[in-house]
Design a protein around this ligand. Structure first.
Ligand code: SF4
Length: 338
């Protein structure tokens, strides 16, 4: 209770027009989340239809917009601009929370027209980012999907998922549940620079271990691979070895894409942290969002023997995130890592 009394409410702070369109109710700042502002909104719908019918899921749920995990390479940054917020620091610190997502979802799942197609969480922003500790939206979402007979997948970097492990285990006894964890970097210093708001790589490996011990076949997204920073044989070998040791069923890896606002945000960091690499990045990406086909082929050639070595290429075809990541366009791939 004390915690809630110490928060600051800015209900009349002149919300941006984009937030008004999203159903803005109030903005909240609280000492437990220093530097972060939560913008609480009332959503009109919870289920988003995925237009690409080739994907292994037809629907997504995104309980929040923006992500305090603050990955420099995050593909979703540009989506904040639709809210009249910026794709850099605002994306990391101005978090839009759909506080009514659970009742709206229940209403949608009860419709006679609902066909119980698979639903994906973690395709845009991370549902287990820090805000979930405050708003506790996921238990209601998991329960609503399970009770309606709807299978689902979750992709996350958030170790907070452990809080809901018994609920997820129970759900998996009733509907298909796929869990995937994203671990792109093992080096602690690089992790702090590139993913400053995320739990440490070691903590995420422990999450993989806990989920495996609970009976899940966990896929790990080694995505993105950062050219010249995480693509060495030594780094990938050590990372894959640690993932295998944690019990993961499989790994999916692909190189970093830099599109839209993400490109500038990432390259600004690179210019400060690794200025010597800027020229090589210009050569690798040119003016586009993707690495050259030659680099992609080279990386694949490096990764495949390591997957074999660590026995991480098994069971992958069973995982919806993996099938989608491997068989679709780069843009679709981007939508698949949290
Ligand atoms: S990549 Fe995922 S975890 Fe990182 S900021 Fe984006 S949504 Fe959050």
């Amino acid at each position: 209770m004390v915690r809630w009394q110490r928060q600051t409410l800015n209900a009349d702070d002149g919300a941006l027009p984009g937030l008004e369109r999203a159903g803005f109710v109030r903005s909240v700042q609280t000492p437990e989340f220093e530097g972060i502002t939560f913008h609480e909104v009332l959503c009109k719908s919870a289920l988003n239809r995925v237009p690409d019918s080739n994907l292994p899921f037809s629907w997504t749920i995104n309980p929040m917009r923006g992500c305090s995990h603050a990955c420099r390479y995050c593909f979703a940054r540009g989506s904040h601009e639709y809210l009249d917020l910026d794709a850099g620091a605002d994306f990391d610190s101005q978090i839009v929370v759909k506080t009514n997502v659970v009742p709206v979802l229940r209403r949608e799942l009860h419709k006679r027209s609902w066909r119980r197609e698979s639903v994906a969480l973690g395709t845009n922003t991370d549902p287990y980012q820090r805000a979930e500790g405050r708003y506790r939206l996921m238990p209601g979402i998991i329960s609503a999907l399970t009770e309606s007979g709807t299978g689902f997948s979750i992709l996350t970097k958030g170790t907070l998922l452990r809080r809901d492990l018994s609920l997820l285990t129970s759900a998996a006894g009733q509907v298909p549940v796929h869990l995937a964890v994203s671990i792109a970097i093992l080096d602690e210093d690089l992790h702090k620079g590139l993913e400053p708001g995320t739990p440490s790589p070691r903590a995420r490996l422990e999450l993989v271990r806990a989920l495996t011990e609970a009976g899940f076949a966990v896929n790990v997204m080694v995505a993105p691979v950062i050219p010249y920073l995480t693509d060495s044989n030594a780094h990938l070998d050590e990372l894959f070895g640690a993932i295998a040791e944690a019990g993961a069923a499989g790994v999916t890896a692909f190189p970093m894409h830099l599109r839209g606002s993400t490109r500038g945000w990432f390259l600004n960091w690179l210019a400060e942290a690794h200025p010597a690499l800027l020229r090589r990045y210009r050569q690798l990406y040119g003016r586009g969002a993707s690495v050259t086909p030659e680099y992609s082929a080279w990386l694949r050639g490096r990764i495949e023997p390591l997957l074999e070595k660590h026995r991480l290429n098994r069971e992958r075809q069973a995982e919806p995130e993996v099938r989608a990541a491997e068989s679709h366009t780069p843009d679709t791939q981007l939508a698949l890592f949290a």
